[in-house]
Design a binder for this molecule. Sequence first.
Ligand SMILES: [Cu+2]
Length: 185
Amino acid sequence: MLPDTSAKDLTMTFQRHSTRSNASAARRAVAVSLCCLGLLALAGCDKPKEEQKEAAKEAPKEVTLTIESDGDFPYFVPNELAAPTGARVKLTFHHAGEILTQSHNWVLVKPGTMEAVETAGIAAGEANNWLQKDDPNVLAATPLIGKGAHVTFEFIAPAPGDYPFMCTTPGHGEDMHGILHVTEN
Ligand SMILES: [Cu+2]
């Protein structure tokens, strides 16, 4: 908002110039004053602009990640992924197998819980995607997919840190695992 005093200053400047010299000088004075007004208006906009910039910085980022099985072998390629904390991660997992019928999933777990998740998953059985329902150690998981299939799903990257991901098909976790590095931003 433009303070009242600025409008007064503009009028005074205009009067001073118009009484002292010719009309063109007065027009110049008005032009200069209008220019100053413009600068004032810009200055007034500075703060909201900064705030907008902050908001943009805090807005969740979107990250696209892709990962696949090592052909028919129970390994993830790549076995390391990265995303900034709070990002909306769109992950596509491809079962790149062509021969074997074993299915895979991609399961992100809390650090140090891979064995517990696998054990609970075996108890839950294949019908439950080799995952215990609502397992508190599981942060994100795709369903099981067969050879040649793709699955895409979204999750929000957790707090910064290194999180293991694994396939919970019995016996796969030992080799078929990796790390999601969640960075500060
Ligand atoms: Cu697997």
